[in-house]
Structures are given as C-alpha cells and as structure tokens.
Design a binder for this molecule. Structure first.
Ligand SMILES: NC(=O)c1ccc[n+]([C@@H]2O[C@H](COP(=O)([O-])OP(=O)(O)OC[C@H]3O[C@@H](n4cnc5c(N)ncnc54)[C@H](O)[C@@H]3O)[C@@H](O)[C@H]2O)c1
Ligand SMILES: C[N+](C)(C)CCCC=O
Length: 517
C-alpha cells in the first residue's frame, strides 16, 4: 500500500498518518497537483493558462485545477496522434494485441488506485468504481483479442479475376467523454479504436478530468508508440477544436442529446463519421407474473447505480396494476435501506452526485414532480452525512415517486439522478405503446415469466439495448448503443470494429481490359 501511495502522482492534503497509509485513502485527504494533459508520451502543462476548479463530490472541496487546452495544445496532441498512427497502423494485429494486453495487465495491477481516483473525482462508491475499472480492462482485453481477426473478403469474378476487401483504420480518432464513467468511457472508446490501428485524442469531461490521463500513462508504459493515446482537457471550446480539426478522421462522443447534435453538425463539415452515445429515458416493464424479488432487484439496479447518473437507467418503471402495492412496498423498503455516505467506505452503497449544480437540478426535478401531482414515496431530500468532513458533499436520498403519469416532467425528461418514477399499467398493448412514446431509445427492460411475451415485446420495443429479467448489465462482448435520439453506432461487441475502420475494395483483372472504345 505504501509503495502504491508513493508511486501515484498525487499528494495527500496533509502528510499521511500511518493509519491513512494502512487503511487506504479517505475522502478529503487528496490534492492532485500533477498536470492532467498528456500527449506525445508525457504529461503536459497547457500554455493557455485558463484554469478551472475541479471538485471532490464527497466533500465539496477543490481537488485540483484543470488546465484547458486551446488551439495550440489541441494541435500538438493531434500532431502526436498523427505521427503515432503511421507505425501503429502498420503493425500486425498480433503486435497491437500484445501491447493492449500489457495495458490490461497494468490496469489490473493498478485497479485499486484507479478506482480510488475515480471515487475521489466522481463521487461514486468504491465498490462500483472497481467494477468500472474491471469493465475498462475487459474491454481492452476483448479488443486485443479481435485485433488479429480483422480481415476482408475475397470475391471471385468472371475469367479468374477477383476482388478483395481490406479493413483499414480511419486515422486519428477523437473521443469525447461524459462524467459518469470517466475511466470506463475512455477505455470503451480507445480499445476498439486502437485495435483497428487508429490513434486517439481523448477529451474527458471537465468535471472529471483525473483518470483518463492514467489510461494514457498505462498505454505508454505498455509499449504503445508515443502519441498513440493522448488526453486534452477542457470543455466545449476544446471539444469543438477537436471536432473541427482537419487531421481528425472520426469523433466518438458520449454525452447529452443537445451536445450530440452539435458534435454531429461539426463533424458533418468534414464528412467525418460519428459514434454518438447519448441520453435515455428508458422504460422498465414489470408484469404480474414476474419473480417479484428479481423484479425489485432489477428496478433498483435500473435506477440507483452511480447515484442514478447512468444513461441506460430504466427510470420509467411500469408495473402491472395487480402487483403495484407489493412492488412499491418492497422497492421503497430497499431504497430506504441504501447506505449513503463516504464513497471510499466499503459499506457505502450510494456516494455523492457529481456536482453541486447537478444535485440542485436533480432535487428541482423532485420538486417539479410534487407540483405536478406525483407522490414522494421515499427520499428526494438533500442528505448531510454525520462525518463533518463530508458536510459540503453533494448527497441526496434516493427517491421513489408514485402516482406518476406519462405527462409528468419526471416521466418525460432525463433526470440523471437517483429518482425512480413508478407508473401502473393494465395490458401489454397499452404498456408497449406508452413505453415507446419517447424520442429516446437507449434501453428497455421486461420482467415476466412468460418467455413468449418477453420476446414478443422486445421485438416491438424501440430501444438499442433490451433486457429480459435483468437490467443494466453491459458485458463488453455485447454491443451497446441507442435507437432514435439516443445515438448512432455502437460500443462494445464485434460490430464496433465497423465503426472504427473503413473498407477498401480492390479489383484485380486477370485478363485483358474489355474496352467499349
Ligand atoms: N449512451 C451512453 O453511453 C451514455 C453514457 C454516459 C452518459 N451519457 C449521457 O451523458 C449525459 C451526461 O453527461 P454530460 O453532462 O457530461 O454531457 P454533456 O453533453 O454536457 O458533455 C459531454 C462531453 O461533451 C463536451 N462538450 C460539451 N459541449 C461541447 C461542444 N460544443 N463541442 C464538443 N464537446 C462538447 C463536454 O465537455 C463533455 O466532455 C447524459 O445525458 C447521459 O445520458 C450517455
Ligand atoms: C452502468 N453501465 C451498465 C455500466 C452502463 C454504462 C454506460 C452508461 O452510462
């Protein structure tokens, strides 16, 4: 533990006591002073000199300062990525895989410190942060496995002539991330991009800039060519510079629908392909023949992971009228039992929301729901932990809203916080129509013991990721992404190779040219 504490580029706010060293980190004990930008193989200081505060959600303290990248820095990062693209794209898939596997091993060996940094910057519980780091590692391992399988097709043509296709990389890809899964998003974007032979410049959310740079260091240490994976910090200006840069071939974005629209517009100027992983307002449908215990567990997993700040959350919970009372009683009981507090403690199940403005926004959704006639069955209040050092943190009690109707704001808009809206329904046809009545289409879930009904419903649900008798599981082998305004393209799974590569067709003539002239 001591070696790990000393080896990691942050310093405790006060000298670590022996108990701090032995026990692990504690919230409020860390200041990050090292640069968070990284290009051409090292951490970099931005010349822009525009600094922004970055907060620790658990305490409300300033954790570090973010140095925004301007035109000069973005140019340098893209240049570094362009020069790495040459050698990297010429390597065989096996050679690329070897480096990616080494990166995965390094992530595994630094799992705890990466997870701790994620908690300190994002506010989610350490238990969840460890799973996020595991998902990042698995994603890199998975695409390392696919790197050597990239292949084209051979097509026979008349007279012995033939054509073949080559799957080629795109060039410098840009990744732009949201703040809810900072390290995982950086890995979910870079792993398929690098496996295909591309290089990447990644811009994390300015709210959570801390962990993407660890991934950059890890790829570099694993033997990636200098400039293969770069990190530039900043907000919309930096993001816009990246999208417009003429040497950028593709933009892969995770974030809100309005920003996604802007990204698509900017990319369209250069006819650049985009991957858009956007927001959701997903339905979770629970039939009366469900296994109630599993349905309750599913509803909690669909709403309260990462303080409810999950794009795929099933926040519109439709429960068949006959079982509504039992379902609500159990869900409320379990929601009230969720331990809120210091996200670095093993016992904590719900940490802090990501920022003060975001907490205020989520609480105002609860107020609006009350005004529109919803009943607060539990939670929905600011929460002040007893530990004095956590008093400035951004906590709230997880909320279940009853008596909801489809017209209410809480049912129509993405809240992105721990707020579950419960609605009742009578028939399958009715609930299907209500579930699909949204411009979003990221995910949907169905709980029922009737397998035929489950498949019939899923076939008609307008959502990119559908779950039957579970919710919010995202194995990296399985494609993830949205229908309708929830996005374009997919992350994870084999298909994502197609979103980070292009097909070249080669015709080979074995006879004479048959000219019409
Ligand atoms: N579908 C998914 O996989 C997925 C995953 C996580 C989060 N999300 C969505 O993300 C949203 C929450 O994240 P957020 O608040 O960080 O989203 P956001 O859209 O505000 O920001 C996302 C990223 O875009 C950058 N950005 C903002 N304006 C930009 C511009 N004009 N040009 C270029 N870049 C710009 C931000 O700096 C940030 O890095 C929610 O809507 C959530 O559903 C979706
Ligand atoms: C919580 N999951 C299941 C890991 C989904 C992450 C992607 C969306 O925010």
């Amino acid at each position: 533990m001591l070696r790990r504490l000393l080896g990691f580029p942050w310093r405790p706010a006060t000298a670590p006591t022996l108990s701090a060293v032995v026990r692990c980190l504690s919230s409020g004990a860390i200041n990050i002073t090292v640069p968070l930008n990284f290009w051409a193989g090292q951490r970099r200081i931005s010349q822009e000199n525009r600094k922004e505060n970055v907060y620790e959600p658990a305490t409300g303290r300033v954790l570090c300062h973010l140095e925004q990248c301007g035109e000069e820095e973005v140019g340098q990062a893209v240049k570094a990525a362009k020069s790495a693209f040459g050698p990297w794209s010429k390597m065989s898939g096996m050679e690329r895989a070897r480096i990616m596997i080494e990166a995965a091993h390094l992530i595994e060996s630094r799992r705890e410190e990466i997870a701790e940094m994620e908690v300190v910057n994002n506010g989610k519980s350490i238990t969840e942060a460890r799973l996020d780091v595991d998902s990042a590692r698995l994603c890199i391992e998975y695409y390392a496995g696919l790197a050597s399988t990239l292949a084209g097709q051979h097509v026979q043509l008349p007279g012995g002539s033939f054509a073949y296709t080559r799957r080629e990389p795109l060039g410098v890809c840009v990744g732009i991330g949201a703040w809810n899964y900072p390290f995982q998003i950086a890995a979910w974007k870079s792993a398929p991009a690098l496996a295909c032979g591309n290089s990447m410049v990644f811009k994390p959310s300015p709210v959570t800039p801390v962990t993407a740079v660890l991934l950059a260091e890890i790829y570099a240490k694993a033997g990636a060519p200098e400039g293969l994976f770069n990190v530039v910090q900043g907000g919309q200006e930096t993001g816009s510079l990246l999208c417009h840069h003429p040497d950028v071939a593709k933009v892969s974005f995770t974030g809100s629908v309005p920003t996604g629209q802007k990204i698509m517009e900017m990319a369209s100027k250069g006819i650049k392909p985009v991957t858009l992983e956007l927001g959701g307002k997903s339905p979770l449908i629970i039939f009366k023949d469900s296994d109630l215990e599993n349905a309750v567990r599913g509803a909690l997993m669909a709403n309260f992971l990462s303080q409810g700040q999950v794009c795929s959350n099933g926040t519109r919970v439709y429960v068949q009228k006959d079982i509504l009372p039992e379902f609500v009683e159990e869900v409320v009981k379990r929601t009230q039992a969720i331990t809120i507090g210091d996200p670095l403690l093993e016992s904590t199940r719900m940490g802090a929301l990501v920022s003060r403005p975001h907490l205020d926004k989520v609480l105002s959704f609860v107020e609006q729901a009350k005004k529109e006639g919803a009943t607060v069955l539990c939670g929905g209040e600011p929460f002040v932990p007893s530990d004095p050092k956590l008093r400035g943190g951004y906590y709230m009690t997880p909320c279940v809203l009853g008596d909801c109707t489809d017209e209410m704001t809480c049912v129509k808009e993405e809240i992105f916080g721990p707020v579950m809206s419960v609605l009742s329904f009578k028939t399958e046809q009715e609930v299907l129509q209500r579930a699909n009545n949204t411009t979003m289409g990221l995910a949907a879930g169905v709980f029922t013991r009737d397998v035929t009904r489950a498949h019939r419903l899923v076939e008609q649900l307008e959502a990119g990721s559908c779950f039957i008798n579970n919710y919010n599981i995202t194995p990296v082998e399985v494609p993830f992404g949205g229908f309708k305004m929830s996005g374009i393209g997919r992350e994870n799974g084999q298909v994502t190779i197609e979103f980070y590569s292009q097909l070249k067709t080669v015709f080979v003539e074995m006879g004479d040219v048959d000219s019409l002239f």
